[in-house]
Design a protein around this ligand. Structure first.
Ligand code: ADP
Ligand code: ASP
Ligand code: MG
Length: 299
């Protein structure tokens, strides 16, 4: 069994989502897929909530553009016969988001829990659309709300996961699952069911939690660069790919700002000895980076 996680750029538009589905198709047996919000949407949701909290009516235009971006993907990817139904379903989600934002507008207060509620719609919307796009390519696929599987405390914005409880729920949930499963990363909930988030970039962490709970063979983080590099390749043209690295070195790089992998991702994997691969959605044949203790053990 494997976990495949796709980041924001990988699922930013219809063309990229089709690439992602191609990669999923190569792995579809015994796979759990974790997806981020469409690239840029989490930032937009924060902006949306912030505008509303300041009483700025400009939030309405931003709200419409967020909905339109998702609708465009539905129009691009879903067969005409299904399209109306899916647009109707997604409208229910837009209404829920609108309620969260209108509440912020009315109270002029942006609490961390309200911000988590707003941000969670990025993954709630993306997972629904991507699961429908997968079905549209004739693959059986079930989507799960990650908030029912990952339980946290109420440290909104960067919640602490109740590992034992979450692993139990996750392993029970997947016991009899036969089809491809997909869920949003980043989002979770408290024992009382209130939405929380795992901190920015936290979908990688979700993938590691699911992988560790299910004792998978590999956790794959699919992103927009070839792997973990000696420096941020967007800033340093001569950054080099690191094909193999230990958990502790990768963790140190992540804590020092290599945002290609969220720092909390390493611990669940190392405790179960599961290798993490970082791969490029736009260069799937590339070797990527393998994070494990193999190299150290060879010494
Ligand atoms: P995703 O949306 O797929 O999770 P992120 O934007 O979170 O992707 O992380 C990928 C980005 O991390 C790359 O586009 C790159 O600019 C940046 N990055 C920063 N440091 C590094 C590094 N040392 N190696 C690779 N990428 C890095
Ligand atoms: N969508 C969230 C963010 O932008 C989580 C993630 O992408 O990993 O921070
Ligand atoms: Mg990321």
């Amino acid at each position: 069994m494997k976990v495949l996680k796709f980041g924001g750029t990988s699922v930013a538009d219809a063309k990229n989502i089709n690439r992602v589905i191609d990669i999923i198709l190569e792995n579809k047996r015994d796979t759990v897929v974790v997806v981020s919000a469409l690239g840029g949407i989490t930032d937009n949701l924060i902006k949306l909530a912030t505008l509303a909290s300041k009483g700025d009516m400009g939030y309405k235009t931003l709200f419409s553009s967020i909905c339109e971006r998702h609708n465009q993907i539905i129009r691009d990817l879903i067969k005409p016969k299904e399209k109306e139904k899916i647009l109707r379903e997604i409208n229910i989600k837009y209404k829920e988001l609108e309620e969260v934002i209108e509440n912020i507008f009315t109270t002029k207060e942006l609490s961390l829990s309200a911000l988590d509620a707003a941000m969670s719609f990025g993954e709630q919307l993306s997972v629904y659309i991507i699961s429908e796009a997968i079905k549209n390519r004739n693959i059986l696929c079930e989507f799960t709300d990650a908030r029912t599987l990952i339980k946290t405390d109420d440290k909104f914005g960067s919640a602490n996961v109740d590992i034992e409880k979450s692993y139990k729920i996750i392993s029970n949930y997947f016991k009899n699952k036969k089809n491809l499963s997909i869920m949003g990363g980043f989002i979770a909930s408290t024992q009382k069911g209130i939405t929380t988030t795992l901190s920015r970039g936290g979908s990688d962490y979700t993938a590691a939690l699911i992988g560790a709970a299910l004792n998978v063979s590999t956790i794959e983080i699919w992103t927009d660069v070839d792997g973990l590099m000696t420096a941020d390749p967007k800033k340093m043209k001569d950054a080099l790919l690191i094909p193999e690295i230990s958990y502790s070195e990768a963790e140190e790089m992540a804590y020092s700002g290599a945002k290609v992998i969220h720092p909390k991702t390493i611990k669940p994997a190392v405790l179960k000895g599961i290798p993490i691969y970082i791969k490029n959605t736009f260069n799937p044949k590339g070797v990527g980076t393998k994070i494990s203790n193999e190299k150290e053990n060879r010494k």
